[in-house]
Design a binder for this molecule. Sequence first.
Ligand SMILES: [Zn+2]
Length: 360
Amino acid sequence: MTDLFAGLDIGGQSIKGIVVDAGGVVAAEASRATPASSGAKAVLAAVSEVVRELSEVGRLKSVGVGTPGGVDPQGVIVGMAANIKGWYGTELGREISSMASGIPCGVRNDGNIATYAEWAVRGGRTKNLLFLGLGTGIGGGYVEDGRILGGRDDRAPEVGHFIIEPRGRHCACGVEGCSEAYASGPSVGRIAAALARGEDARLGSIGIAAAEALLGRRATERDYTSFIEGSALAARAQAGESINAREVYEAFASGDKLGVFADAIMIESLARTTATALAFLAPDLVVFGGGVIKGAPHIPVKVASLVPNLVYRDAWISCGFERAMLSHKAGLLGAAWYGAAQAAGKDFALGLAAAAVDRA
Ligand SMILES: [Zn+2]
């Protein structure tokens, strides 16, 4: 009988689980809605149901887990995890291990797990990989030769909270000017809506740089008005519709002027974020993933074209920029592969990832 390796992806919306066998084949999947507002006990009960369903396929050898928030080396949730009520202090590693007959359980921040997946699926060929996940927030991580560099409590690198415009837009974390306040899915939608309604979007120098990138010269007040004139996206926002990244990128694809300007703001914001990360971490490869990238596959190439203006040459000259290979499955597969690496070693986990690529 083959060894089985489980992965869990615990999110604010759902708890997903997967089991892969020693040949990398998916042997089982299970999921439950996350009772996020009912507290940690209710969430753990749902996790337990997922683990029980996964265990029906056979005896599990390891379980890897991705969760929002900070995680200490014992698998205790220590950071803010705003999307699950009462998550702070949960002894997640111990709880899940006991749900699964005491097998080893490796718990990491979900951004770091997704990064591990993108590293593993490239067969370990990229030594230093930086991941930016663009979704409702901006998550990310950094893997160096199979080792997740999470810093204290697995928080690092908080790419969503790099300051890219001092005293700029208000971020949910309480600080002003974070990258997440400009380049997350909801943020790019809110910016487009604010511009359409003539509100102050607090773009500062980001707006100036984005307009200049489009016009090839310094923008005037008249130029800013022209981004809204005749824009169907602006009309929707003015009619009170809520705008998200999906609406922005549908508009962008059709050549809508506000959609194009909002994209330029997104690209400038991501270029600033990436440039800071390049100076700090010197990756070989930057991978862009998350829901937003599906509608905006041009992001890596465009960001790469701006980065040379924002960071010294040696930081970007040998660095690649590309899209994620695993879309929505990164969190799940990454968790299973990470758990397997803890139980059976890095090369074994790479074998599981290679098998997944072969079948894709
Ligand atoms: Zn922030």
